[in-house]
Design a protein around this ligand. Structure first.
Ligand code: PMP
Length: 454
């Protein structure tokens, strides 16, 4: 095949570093801490079966093409869900997307050209780096710490850029980031939105994990003293539909989009909010959504017309019936509790690994734990400075030893624009139960020891 006929961006394409781990997954007995897969044990198959039956009871409505923006029932339900998360939204503000991944792709098409610059938190979600590379857009990393994106690092970075290289967009996962599991505190969120307004760039707030919080303080309704279980069916009963305004008892950790709305109003809000049912209901539904100001949302809908005409109306109907059934809140609550327990098992197990400068960040939500040898820059290591320093393994040797021991993780390089110098890796605690996680940690400890052998 004559590759010179191809788009040069695809002449030497690099596949997703995570998807390239798939061949290892098929090995008998392999325990994977690698993928961002929700736990299959937590899928509400019974509830989804009922929702699918209800959807198919209306074949003329669900087996036909649908509006590009999404079906009215699902847009209504997702607007209700958004309000419970503290966002200002009504059905007309929602663009349904085929996974939140498509939301980012549409934004790329509408907002960016080859040669543009985008700020990305670092480490970040690899599919975003891949999408930017394929679009010929330069990703400029902004460092993170345990509290997420370091907003204080942005202005010095901007000051060092030549005119004409000003970034037009910043990408962040402020709530339980992929891969760090970090959650940006309120003050930092406000500072970020104010900075975007001052320096005229847009913010993509990617939020597939926001509902998977482990601590009560960040729960919707926490300030009003009501738990997440009090959140009822969304949309169908009209209860969350009455006003466009965010539920006043909603999230103590405010979405960036809500802060942008408060600061600039609905049209000039610099924040675009992407979310998804993949991590809370099922990735196979491929239901995501975008909340963005009207001029941008309309253009994204036009871009979507050329991409897939519409998100599967059958899938949208299943999702809408499911959200109306009242089963969503208990399903999310069960996921929160299971993931919180699993995160604890993994965190405690990893703390036993040797390494003075090894930082094990206990996640406060989401699906991921980030392990990093920061050379002592973090909390000054975990041992008194008088003890003998213990090295951490070479990343490649650790990966090979882990595969040999039967445990898989994602090497940290996958999440960086430029490869990191020290050891870092992402471990997902979502898909394995506690017993399997305990075994995976033991395998990792053996691999660790093996990789340190001379
Ligand atoms: N954003 C982030 C940060 C993710 O981790 C993922 C899934 N791994 C996505 C977006 C894509 O999710 P979806 O299934 O909704 O396309």
């Amino acid at each position: 095949m004559d590759l010179s006929l191809f788009n040069p961006a695809f002449a030497q394409p690099a596949g997703s570093p995570i998807r390239e781990l798939f061949p290892y997954l098929g090995r008998p007995g392999m325990l994977s801490l690698a993928g961002g897969y929700p736990s299959p044990a937590l899928f509400d198959a019974e509830g989804l079966r009922a929702a699918a039956a209800a959807a198919l009871a209306d074949p003329a409505g669900t087996l036909q093409y649908g509006a590009t923006e999404g079906t009215p029932a699902l847009r209504e339900a997702l607007a209700g869900l958004s309000r419970q998360r503290g966002l200002a939204a009504d059905a007309g503000d929602i663009l349904v997307t085929t996974g939140s991944q498509q939301g980012f792709d549409l934004l790329l098409r509408v907002l960016l050209q080859p040669g543009d610059v985008v700020l990305v938190e670092s480490p970040t979600y690899p599919a975003v780096l891949q999408a930017l590379t394929l679009a010929g857009v330069q990703a400029l990393p902004v460092p993170m710490d345990r509290d997420g994106l370091r907003v204080d690092a942005i202005e010095p970075l901007l000051a060092g850029l030549p005119p004409g290289r000003r970034p037009r967009l910043l990408y962040t996962v402020p709530s339980y980031s992929n891969p760090r599991g970090s959650r940006m505190p309120q003050a930092r969120r406000a500072a970020l939105v104010a900075l975007a307004v001052r320096h005229r760039f847009l913010i993509v707030e990617d939020d597939p994990y926001g509902e998977l919080r482990f601590d009560a303080e960040a729960s919707p309704g926490a300030q009003a003293g009501v738990g997440p279980a009090a959140v009822g069916p969304v949309g169908a009963d009209g209860s969350a539909r009455a006003s466009r305004h965010a539920d006043p008892a909603a999230a103590a950790i405010t979405p960036l989009h809500a802060l942008g709305h408060a600061l600039c109003g609905p049209v000039d809000n610099p924040v675009i909010h992407l979310s998804s049912l993949s991590k809370t209901v099922a990735p196979a539904l491929r239901i995501g959504w975008m909340l963005a100001s009207e001029p941008l949302r309309r253009r994204c809908a036009i871009a979507k017309q050329t991409v897939d005409l519409c998100t599967s109306p059958l899938s949208q109907a299943v999702a809408a019936h499911y959200l109306a059934s009242g089963r969503y809140a208990p399903t999310v609550e069960a996921a929160r509790q299971a993931y919180a327990r699993r995160a604890r098992v993994l965190t405690d197990g990893l703390r036993a690994l040797p390494g003075d400068a090894l930082q094990v960040e206990p996640p406060r939500g989401g699906m991921f734990l980030w392990l990093e040898d920061d050379g002592g820059a973090g909390a000054a290591g975990r041992r008194p400075s008088t003890s003998t320093p213990t090295p951490t393994p070479d990343p490649r040797r650790l990966f090979d030893a882990a595969v040999a021991e039967g445990v898989l993780f994602v090497p940290g390089a996958a999440f960086h624009v430029t490869p990191p110098s020290g050891l870092c890796l992402r471990l997902s605690f979502a898909a394995l139960d506690e017993a399997a996680l305990g075994e995976a940690v033991q395998r990792l400890a053996r691999a660790w020891a093996r990789a340190l052998e001379p």
